[in-house]
Design a protein around this ligand. Structure first.
Ligand SMILES: Nc1nc2c(c(=O)[nH]1)N[C@H]1C(S)=C(S)[C@@H](COP(=O)(O)OP(=O)(O)OC[C@H]3O[C@@H](n4cnc5c(=O)[nH]c(N)nc54)[C@H](O)[C@@H]3O)O[C@H]1N2
Ligand SMILES: Nc1nc2c(c(=O)[nH]1)N[C@H]1C(S)=C(S)[C@@H](COP(=O)(O)OP(=O)(O)OC[C@H]3O[C@@H](n4cnc5c(=O)[nH]c(N)nc54)[C@H](O)[C@@H]3O)O[C@H]1N2
Ligand SMILES: [Mo]
Length: 734
């Protein structure tokens, strides 16, 4: 595999450059950041009066350019190209903010005041209500070091079981299904460059042309070979690249996967030798799929039987075929079973665990993979260990120097945690690191009520996110290009993001914040190191022997450009770019078929709410938009929420393209500009979730949870569409 050595950080006059990676998604595109050097007096912003304003910005402003790296090959998307804007933004937080009462404005405070206040309030709340009265919410954008120390902080400094993170909104269903089938969850168990020679790729619910644009390079061969299949209710830019676009109704993917398995068996494509040697459980999975005749599948999903057959033939007759899933197929109350349905199909065709074919789930956030391995998850200890496993507790507690009995057990999952805030027996304080739940959590109106019921909300962020704006204490932290840290990208490759520029005065790293709070809560200083490499060295020990074993990864090896995909169990281990080639991770070495059946969405349309709403992303904005809504080029291209509607559906609602509509569900309503799209299913509308306040798509969404993964159903709820009656927002504004 192509590996590009990471150029060593080197001074270049008063500017310096660092080879690093993009702040946004899990593709972690290679880029170079150029910025003011710590050693450059002009860069510190003090004596600038003698410089003209152009000179000032030339010295102070950071910039980015792409570099060659296997995931992006010198490409970047619009968010990547504009990512330096946030390093230079006037909206940057540089001082802690505090308020004593919710009706007061946030006021600047010193770090000592802010941390003293938080520690004192946390101690008081825990003394009165117990350790679990304080909760922690993390994020998949945090580096491995931060995610690890956050989990340790919760379990050791706070002694609370109540920690979970936004990956519960993102990767949990994929992770649950992967673990169930293969014994281990690594989103892609092969490097993305393996896709470069694929003849057929089925993408279920992933719109990579907008969510990971440079990734589409890896699909070119399959697209040119006429083997790209996209499963999406909308004709997305990704579907435009495909030879075959299947448009199931939202929430019916499992029926489709069962139907395709039926066709594969009926048409004689079953990989019998592979099944016998490498899998168990086919018979029970087949008992379900046997009932999913193509015609029945067509009635439930809307995908024509002929297209189902074509899809199976394209996959089965390709020399090299892959099946990949994204959030479209996963973010459902039956998401884990749906992914199992796709895995069953991949196993039946003999794809996983072979060179030149495979199954994978596309991880979303920058550290969506590493973020789900190192203990910020409610049921987890570092190294992807289970917190209810006595051996795991013994190992990790010995690394942490605490008694195993002192570690709490599993806590509430993200949606359940948010739902319990301020309730009797629920947490009364919440610390948020790396998430903007007021915009991104389902049933956002309810989340706002729960946050308001807290005694204490503390948010660490580098900008005043929507959630931070409602907090009692806001702690200003450093961001990607201002600090070192490792991330694990969508192919399980551990990367070093290097510090390129000096943080603004006043901002502290998340590691510093955790250290400051932990010591104030009585922890020994050395238990919460602030140096990322020191934390990583401890993480390696904590992960040793676990499923996600990082023991052999070092900053030195990463700086030298080694391509280390976990597990890396020893110092001289070359890493594991391809997993499962000899055996799967279950004790018997075999992959499991899981017998799953279609259930359909948790909420159905009716006369009052006749349409199905689904939600997702646009190219220009990232997640809750806290970051990208501060980048002028991106705001100009995508200024406000829109709703994609079939022209006939719009006409029936009395709407035309460009009108402002109210979209209402059983939980709330939101406003969005109508965008008529002839290629969307007439029974479906689509809204991006990146926009704030009254434009939040999550005012609509259903917090129904998957029983296994506890992931909410972001991708389908019943809605109605009406014109925004009075001109609440003047047309054309935004
Ligand atoms: N521009 C941009 N890029 C991003 C992000 C971002 O916010 N903005 N976020 C990053 C993160 S964290 C993630 S998780 C990834 C997500 O990446 P994707 O999974 O590609 O993104 P989504 O837009 O959420 O969903 C993909 C598609 O699912 C479709 N869909 C909706 N309902 C269904 C359904 O029932 N079945 C099927 N088969 N499809 C359905 C939607 O129409 C949508 O086109 O993107 C990453 N990259
Ligand atoms: N309706 C709907 N809702 C969705 C989805 C959907 O498809 N539809 N997708 C879901 C998915 S897949 C995801 S991943 C979530 C994501 O949604 P969120 O969890 O809200 O993610 P972000 O918007 O990235 O928020 C991250 C926040 O943390 C800050 N931040 C970034 N890096 C750091 C750091 O290192 N330290 C600290 N302290 N702060 C940092 C950012 O400035 C930002 O304010 O949204 C989910 N919500
Ligand atoms: Mo995500």
């Amino acid at each position: 595999m192509l590996t590009v050595p990471e150029p060593v950080t080197r001074p270049r006059r008063e500017r310096r450059e660092a080879a690093t990676h993009c702040p946004y998604c899990a593709l972690q595109c290679g880029m170079v950041v150029t910025g003011p050097d710590a050693r450059d007096p002009d860069a510190r912003g003090s004596d600038r009066a003698d410089l003209g304003s152009e000179q000032v910005s030339a010295v102070r402003e950071a910039s980015v350019r792409p570099r060659e790296f296997p995931t992006n090959r010198g490409g970047l998307c619009q968010k990547g190209w504009t990512s330096a804007t946030l390093l230079n933004t006037p909206a940057r937080l540089t001082t802690p903010l505090v308020r004593r009462h919710r009706d007061e404005p946030l006021r600047p405070a010193s770090w000592a005041q802010a941390l003293d206040l938080v520690a004192e309030r946390l101690r008081g709340i825990q003394a009165a209500h117990g350790a679990d009265a304080v909760a922690v919410f993390g994020g998949g954008g945090l580096t491995n070091e931060k995610a690890y120390l956050l989990g340790k902080f919760a379990r050791v400094a706070l002694g609370t079981a109540q920690i979970d993170y936004n990956g519960r909104f993102c990767m949990s269903s994929a992770a649950a299904a992967g673990t169930r089938a293969f014994g281990l969850d690594r989103g892609l168990p092969f490097p993305v460059t393996d896709l470069d020679t694929a003849d057929a790729v089925l993408l279920a619910g992933a719109n990579v042309a907008e969510t990971m644009p440079p990734f589409t390079q890896h699909l070119r061969h399959a697209a040119d070979a006429g083997g790209l299949i996209v499963v999406d209710p909308r004709r997305t830019p990704t579907a435009e690249l495909a030879a075959l676009h299947l448009r199931p109704a939202p929430g019916t993917d499992l029926a489709l996967a069962l139907g395709l398995l039926h066709v594969a068996v009926a048409e004689g494509y079953l990989a019998e030798d592979y099944l016998a040697e490498r899998t168990t459980g086919f018979t029970s999975a087949w008992q379900v799929a046997a009932n999913w005749w193509p015609e029945r599948t067509e009635r439930v999903t809307g995908v024509a039987a002929a297209d189902q057959r074509r899809a199976v033939r394209l996959l089965a007759e390709a020399g090299s075929a892959y099946l990949l899933t994204g959030r479209g197929t996963e973010q459902h109350a039956s998401g884990a079973d749906t992914v199992s349905g796709w895995i069953n199909l991949a196993l039946a065709l003999g794809l996983p665990g072979r060179v030149g074919s495979g199954f994978g789930c596309l991880t979303g956030q920058g550290n969506g993979q590493g973020g789900r391995e190192h203990g910020q998850k409610a049921d987890q200890l570092p190294g992807y260990r289970r917190i209810d496993d006595p051996a795991a507790r013994a190992h990790v507690s010995s690394v942490w120097g605490v008694p195993a009995e002192s570690l709490p057990g599993p806590g509430r999952s993200a949606v359940e945690l948010l739902d319990a805030l301020g309730q009797p027996n629920g947490p009364r304080a919440l610390l948020v690191f790396g998430s903007n739940v007021l915009v991104s959590a389902p049933h956002a109106g309810r989340v706002a009520d729960r946050l308001a019921a807290l005694d204490l909300l503390v948010v660490a962020d580098f900008v005043l996110s929507d959630t931070a704006a409602t907090a009692d204490v806001v702690l200003p932290v450093t961001q990607w290009a201002e600090e070192d840290g490792t991330l694990t990208n969508l192919e399980g490759r551990v990367l070093l993001r290097q510090r390129a520029i000096t943080p603004p005065e006043g901002a502290r790293s998340d590691l510093d914040v955790l250290h400051g709070l932990a010591t104030r809560l009585g922890q020994p200083a050395e238990r919460f190191p602030t140096d990322p490499e020191t934390v990583f060295t401890e993480l390696r020990r904590a992960s040793a022997g676990g499923p996600a074993d990082y023991s052999g990864v070092t900053y030195q090896r990463l700086r030298a450009g080694e391509a280390l995909h976990w597990p890396v169990p020893e110092a001289d281990h070359p890493g594991t770019p391809r997993m499962f080639l000899d055996r799967f991770a279950h004790a018997d070495g075999r992959a499991r078929f899981v017998a799953v059946d279609h259930r359909g969405p948790a909420e159905r349309p009716d006369a009052d709410y006749p349409l199905l709403a689904t939600t997702g992303r646009v190219l220009q904005h990232y997640q809750s938009g806290a970051q990208t809504r501060l980048v002028p080029e991106l705001v100009e291209a995508a200024p406000e929420a829109h709703v994609e509607v079939h022209p006939d559906t719009a006409a029936r609602a009395g709407l035309v393209d460009g009108d402002l509509a109210v979209v209402a569900s059983r939980r709330g309503q939101t406003e969005a500009r109508v965008r008529c799209v002839a290629s969307i299913r007439p029974d479906v509308v689509f809204l991006p979730f990146h926009f704030p306040a009254a434009q939040r798509a999550n005012l609509l969404t259903n917090p129904a949870l998957d029983p296994t993964s506890r992931m909410p159903e972001f991708k389908v709820c019943a809605v109605r569409l009406t014109p925004a009656s009075a001109p609440t927002v003047p047309k054309g504004s935004g």
